[in-house]
Design a protein around this ligand. Structure first.
Ligand SMILES: NC(=O)c1ccc[n+]([C@@H]2O[C@H](COP(=O)([O-])OP(=O)(O)OC[C@H]3O[C@@H](n4cnc5c(N)ncnc54)[C@H](OP(=O)(O)O)[C@@H]3O)[C@@H](O)[C@H]2O)c1
Length: 199
């Protein structure tokens, strides 16, 4: 298990469940589970988890506001020190709610920023290309980058008709992430079942 993990979009849905499961996973419970969200003051479910598990650290982060990234890096570095961060789960994402005739250019730009910086996308090819490039750029630092299709999950985004419970989805994803041990996983796009997807 990673000794530290950073999860974006951690106040609800899949991100919140990642925090819940990593905070108590055994053996080798992570020393730090950084839970990033836009509005920590109103993140009630996350605050409850922080009270329950003392390895949960809530961090304020809006992915569309790059001016705050430096503060986040400082907060994480202060905790992990020379050990560095082991695992980043770029989970935050947003889906377009407006039709093509109603969407504003600012909404389009924000979606691109959230979903290209985080693990979603305007097109799957864009995400896969970003992941592939990151995997090549970061290889020299010993960092792997992969993208995972999480399935259709019962969250605010997935809706009640989705096929998979959030708890089951995250259990599956944690097992899959734990299996990424060697270079063959680097830069790949995985289906949650563990199958490598072509693109
Ligand atoms: N659910 C599905 O069926 C499904 C299918 C395929 C892919 N996915 C992907 O899986 C990931 C998790 O989805 P989910 O179902 O848990 O979605 P969700 O319930 O809608 O939660 C989305 C999370 O992303 C955060 N977020 C959105 N914009 C952000 C920004 N600018 N900065 C920081 N955080 C931001 C939200 O924070 P706020 O509360 O502040 O808005 C929320 O915590 C997403 O990337 C999603 O696209 C989901």
């Amino acid at each position: 298990m990673p000794s530290s993990v950073f999860i974006t979009g951690a106040n609800r849905g899949v991100g919140l469940e990642f925090v819940r499961q990593y905070a108590q996973i055994k053996p080798d419970t992570p020393k730090y589970v950084f839970a990033a969200c836009r509005s920590p003051d109103t993140a009630e479910d996350l605050k409850k988890l922080q009270q329950e598990y003392n390895n949960v650290v809530i961090v304020k982060l809006d992915l569309t506001d790059e001016s705050t990234y430096g503060e986040v890096i400082t907060q994480v570095t202060d905790k992990v020190g020379d050990d560095g961060l082991n695992l980043l789960i770029n989970n935050a994402g947003a889906a377009a709610r407006s039709g093509i005739n109603d969407v504003t250019s600012q909404q389009m730009l924000d979606l691109y920023k959230i979903n290209a910086v985080a693990p979603l996308l305007l097109t799957q090819a864009a995400l896969n290309m970003i992941t592939k490039n990151m995997s090549l750029d970061l290889k020299k630092d010993g960092i792997m980058a992969t993208a995972i299709h999480p399935g259709w999950i019962k969250t605010d985004m997935g809706g009640p008709s989705a096929t998979t419970a959030t708890e089951d989805c995250v259990k599956t994803l944690i097992a899959l992430i734990s299996s990424f041990k060697d270079e063959s996983s680097n830069g790949q796009f995985y289906h949650y079942s563990g199958r490598v997807m072509s693109w």
